[in-house]
Design a protein around this ligand. Structure first.
Ligand SMILES: C[S@@+](CC[C@H](N)C(=O)[O-])C[C@H]1O[C@@H](n2cnc3c(N)ncnc32)[C@H](O)[C@@H]1O
Length: 254
């Protein structure tokens, strides 16, 4: 399947997306000489910030999009790998496994969390942030569109079903995986966008990439047009537009 992640599109909302990253980073307990993994690291900009602010000994960023990794920053102790989060099973152990806004792309969270637990060194920490916005019209409309006769056929039946579980379920797993201390919370971020049109630009850079990569360019244009027609009447015309975005943030240490 083609790599449709577009760093320029994703970075358009860089300032708005920065806050959850900083809130997640604030949950991490800095320790001397940490080995850190950043899974679904994107362009690597936040990986660099993570590496610097923790004064980490070594940080590895992993992402499966060559386009996102293309301009990854260079810094001593920092490296990037092209790879799937699902296949992340390193021989070495990490002091921190960090992931900002990426695990919602990965299926089978019980298996994922179990594997990541095994990749942590004694006293290791896990810090994960995932969007939980499936109930918003911006996400519901995409699901509904994929279920229409026309797009079900073009997408060969693909639907992007929510992969996230209840926050309490994650807390329970973390406990049963042996994490002694944890903090799991849902936080609603309010993003002030110029207008409701900007919601489409936001979602194009993330959620809709899953549809884009399965469609021909012409069908993708048609999909975007239908999405716009269905979504905009559901959103207020207020300017600026207040886009609510709940996210789950979780931190735990062994
Ligand atoms: C929303 S971006 C977040 C990027 C970065 N963590 C940040 O905070 O800006 C999600 C990233 O996850 C990557 N990704 C999605 N599914 C993945 C997978 N299964 N394995 C590796 N990377 C994945 C995408 O390529 C994209 O760069």
């Amino acid at each position: 399947m083609p790599d449709v992640w577009d760093p320029a599109q994703y970075e358009r909302f860089r300032r708005e997306r920065a806050q959850p990253f900083h809130d997640l980073l604030a949950m991490v307990e800095p320790r001397p000489g940490m080995r850190v993994a950043d899974l679904g690291c994107g362009t690597g900009d936040v990986t660099l910030e993570l590496h610097r602010s923790l004064k980490a000994r070594e940080t590895v960023g992993v992402d499966n999009s060559p386009a996102m990794l293309e301009k990854a920053p260079r810094e001593p102790g920092l490296r990037f790998l092209l790879g799937e989060i699902e296949q992340f099973a390193p021989p070495e152990r990490f002091d921190l496994i960090f992931s900002n806004a990426a695990f919602h792309w990965v299926p089978d969270h019980p298996a994922l969390f179990t594997r990541l637990r095994a990749a942590l060194a004694p006293g290791g920490q896990l810090a994960v942030q995932m969007p939980m916005n499936d109930d918003h019209a911006s996400h519901q409309t995409a699901f509904e569109l994929a279920c229409t006769h026309e797009f079900r056929r073009l997408l060969h039946g693909f639907e992007r079903r929510p992969r996230l579980l209840e926050p309490a379920q994650y807390a329970s797993w973390l406990h049963h995986l042996g994490f002694g201390r944890q903090h799991v919370r849902v936080q609603v971020y309010g993003h002030l966008l110029e207008s409701r049109e900007q919601v489409i630009e936001w979602v194009r850079g993330t959620l809709l990439t899953d549809y884009q990569k399965r469609l021909t360019p012409a069908d993708w244009e048609r999909c975007l047009e239908r999405y716009r027609e269905l979504l905009l009447p559901q959103l207020s015309e207020e300017q600026p537009f207040f886009y609510t975005y709940p996210r789950i943030l979780m931190w735990a240490t062994l």
